[in-house]
Design a protein around this ligand. Structure first.
Ligand SMILES: Cc1cc2nc3c(=O)[nH]c(=O)nc-3n(C[C@H](O)[C@H](O)[C@H](O)COP(=O)(O)OP(=O)(O)OC[C@H]3O[C@@H](n4cnc5c(N)ncnc54)[C@H](O)[C@@H]3O)c2cc1C
Length: 249
């Protein structure tokens, strides 16, 4: 359903040295119709050669609010899409498709066991979307959100994230580790997953992994090795997306 709609930037502010929060509304005041964890693919308005630069951005705001939503964009060195998003003025309009993505929680008849949400880097946007989703509320008391990041001043501050999390969330763990591209990063992420899966008393019943594909694949494999059902591990790659059918890093 690649229907294209038009959104308008109704608010914008810096929320970190390289992070810009954009508030968006639809032209006709309609609901975006998203569930926490989903994203849009938007046309940044930039054309390189003859190619329109379209980029994916996750809803960072809670899905209880459907008419005014937020995305947070990290400015990447030399990246045309994120640069354009950092320059969009209030009042600018752009077209987008979506909401897309299957990271949102399933509506299960019953949920037992712990839940792991593992985000790397900018993946924290979608992770905030997941844990603030209306459908996720019953899981909050069993959920550990782990945010793997390279440094404390990368993207948004920990306090910014903490302030947006529901008070019922069991735990937020911020882990500083190797940056994207570091050869030991995937194993670092896998070890986080192993440690959590090995913790007692309850097993991990579901996991939502989002961000750096190299870390996600390694963490997914570690969880499955530890006995978590493959179909209960959901992944959303932001970058370093593995080729299809990859099972190991
Ligand atoms: C489903 C999905 C949701 C996304 N949600 C967000 C979001 O909420 N906020 C956000 O800032 N970005 C998000 N992204 C990434 C975004 O779509 C763009 O890839 C990013 O803004 C870079 O675009 P660019 O044109 O500036 O740079 P490009 O020229 O496209 O990319 C430059 C390089 O940076 C890599 N890269 C992309 N993102 C990162 C990152 N976070 N850290 C390190 N390297 C990266 C790319 O793989 C590429 O190698 C999401 C991506 C996907 C697929």
């Amino acid at each position: 359903m690649a229907t294209h709609r038009t959104a308008q930037v109704v608010g914008a502010r810096a929320v970190g040295t390289d992070a810009r929060l954009l508030e968006l509304e639809l032209d006709d005041g309609a609901a975006f119709g998203f569930r926490g964890g989903q994203y849009v693919i938007l046309d940044t308005g930039v054309v390189v050669g003859d190619k329109a630069i379209k980029r994916a951005y996750s809803f960072a705001s809670a899905d209880a609010g459907q008419q005014r939503v937020e995305i947070i964009v990290k400015r990447l060195e030399g990246g045309p899409g994120s640069a354009a998003m950092h320059h969009l003025a209030i009042g600018s309009r752009f077209t987008f498709s979506g909401p897309w993505g299957k990271l949102q929680p399933e509506v299960l008849a019953e949920s037992t066991g712990r839940v792991l949400v593992l985000a790397t880097d900018t993946g924290i946007t979608a992770a905030m979307g997941v844990v603030t989703a209306r459908a996720f509320a019953p899981r909050l008391a069993s959920t550990t959100l782990v945010w793997l990041r390279a440094s404390h001043d990368d993207f948004v501050a920990e306090a910014f994230v903490a302030a947006r999390l529901p008070s019922a969330l069991r735990e937020l763990r911020v882990v500083h580790g190797p940056a994207a591209g570091h050869p030991e990063r995937a194993e670092f992420g896998a070890q986080i997953a192993r440690d959590l899966a090995g913790a007692t008393p309850d097993a991990i019943a579901e996991a939502y992994l989002v961000g750096d594909g190299k870390v996600l694949v390694a963490a997914r494999d570690a969880l499955v090795d530890a006995g978590v059902a493959t179909e209960r591990v959901r992944l959303e790659y932001f970058f370093n997306t593995p080729p299809k059918n990859t099972t190991s890093p």
